[in-house]
Design a protein around this ligand. Structure first.
Ligand code: AMP
Length: 398
């Protein structure tokens, strides 16, 4: 069965068509600037060059129509008709406490996702637009919602409560939810598979280090803690997001700089993290690593701080799980960045674990990087969120 995986943003729509038998990507693409002047669809059929089509897309429904046209196009298409799409899997950011796993979408599910929009005002409404656009253009094709938060719903209460008045949890469900769940689930499963072990027998720490970054503790197959919180702002310092900080800093800067809380929210989301700490050098770790290699002290300090924070979370989660068997690095930085991985590696010596420095230089490959005899197995496991969404979709529709 072919499964169309959709990741819908407020003005963009990413897609992959995956053959669930071979698990191969038949085509992928991105519709950008939806509802804005200059909309463009980039469609890449497997093994062929990308095709760029500029076409007005007044809304997401038009974008989905164009995606279907591209997929069924005589020259660059990969299927002959819409009937070859067996199901659609949607990435949905916030499933709150309602959704603990992927679900087949019906009116009630839509209502629940709508209600959860207060917890993810930028994401859930956009995800819903994608769902409605697919319903309109593909009537009768089953649609599945796969939630970023679902994998983390196994966390015990002590891991997800904040030390603030309980009434805020009662009234607004303010608690830790965690994100990147699809990736943490996929990577922890895959790490166990590579080792020929059952995930249920392992304590795994997954370091998803991308532009957004989070770490999770996966004990016996279940998430027991994760670094992102009510929103994806908490936890590690990221490309442009601050991660953890003393909440009193917000009031302090507002006072000093005459800013509103909403302006501070933008600063913490868009102007902080490694971008802010490096004094606006870059949010991209390639630039920071190059600069640090060329003697830029601020870039080196930023990378050292980032790596220290990663190491602190690893230490905390080893304690939380009372042990750790596997540490898996994934996402853009985790899969590729020697500069970051080599800075985290020395901390792992505390676990009687040494990594092979030459292996840390290899990019984007599944591999074990710890030396034989190390107490903890350190691995690189490229993530594949789309494949994971396709698998979860298939499970519900087959
Ligand atoms: P993601 O959000 O998972 O796509 O990760 C994006 C981030 O990965 C970028 O901001 C880069 O900082 C980082 N990245 C990607 N490729 C490399 C590389 N070859 N070396 C270092 N960092 C990389």
């Amino acid at each position: 069965m072919n499964i169309l995986v959709i990741n819908c943003g407020s003005s963009s729509l990413k897609y992959q068509l995956i053959d669930s038998d071979s698990e191969k990507v038949l085509a992928k693409g991105l519709a950008e600037r939806i509802g804005i002047e200059g909309s463009v669809l980039t469609h890449t059929p497997a093994g062929k060059d990308k095709v760029v089509k500029e076409a007005p897309m007044e809304d997401h429904s038009v974008a989905v129509k164009l995606v279907i046209e591209a997929l069924t196009d005589k020259e660059n298409g990969v299927i002959s008709s819409l009937s070859e799409i067996g199901a659609v899997g949607h990435r949905v950011v916030h499933g709150g406490e309602i959704f603990t796993k992927a679900v087949l979408i019906d009116d009630e599910v839509i209502k629940d996702i709508e209600e959860l929009s207060s917890l993810a005002p930028l994401h859930n409404p956009a995800n819903l637009i994608g769902i409605h656009a697919c319903e309109k253009n593909m009537p009768g094709v089953p649609q599945v919602a796969v939630f970023d938060t679902a994998f983390h719903q196994t966390m015990p209460q002590k891991a997800y409560m904040y030390g603030i008045p309980y009434e805020y949890y009662r009234k607004y469900k303010i608690r830790r939810y965690g994100f990147h769940g699809t990736s943490h689930d996929y990577v922890s499963k895959r790490a166990a598979e590579i080792l020929g072990k059952d995930r249920k027998d392992l304590k795994i720490i997954v370091c998803h280090l991308g532009n957004g970054a989070s770490i999770s503790a996966v004990k016996n197959g279940e998430c027991v803690d994760t670094s992102m919180g009510l929103t994806p702002l908490e936890g590690l310092m990221m490309g442009t997001r601050s991660g953890d900080l003393d909440p009193a800093i917000i009031d302090f800067i507002c006072e000093k700089e005459g800013k509103t809380v909403s302006e501070m929210n933008t600063i913490l989301n868009k102007k902080s993290g490694v971008l802010g700490l490096s004094d606006n050098l870059s949010s991209d770790f390639r630039d920071l690593c190059d600069a640090a290699d060329n003697g830029n002290e601020l870039a080196a300090m930023t990378l050292d701080t980032y790596a220290y924070h990663v190491a602190k979370y690893i230490g905390a989660y080893a304690m939380a799980m009372q042990g750790v068997d596997v540490i898996a690095f994934t996402a853009g930085i985790g899969e590729n960045s020697y500069g970051v991985r080599s800075r985290v590696a020395p901390y792992l010596k505390y676990f009687d674990t040494e990594v092979d420095d030459e292996k840390l230089k290899i990019r984007g490959e599944e591999m074990i990087v710890s030396n034989p005899g190390s107490k903890v197995t350190v691995m690189i496991v490229p993530t594949d969120e789309e494949l994971s969404i396709a698998r979860q979709t298939l499970e519900l529709v087959k």
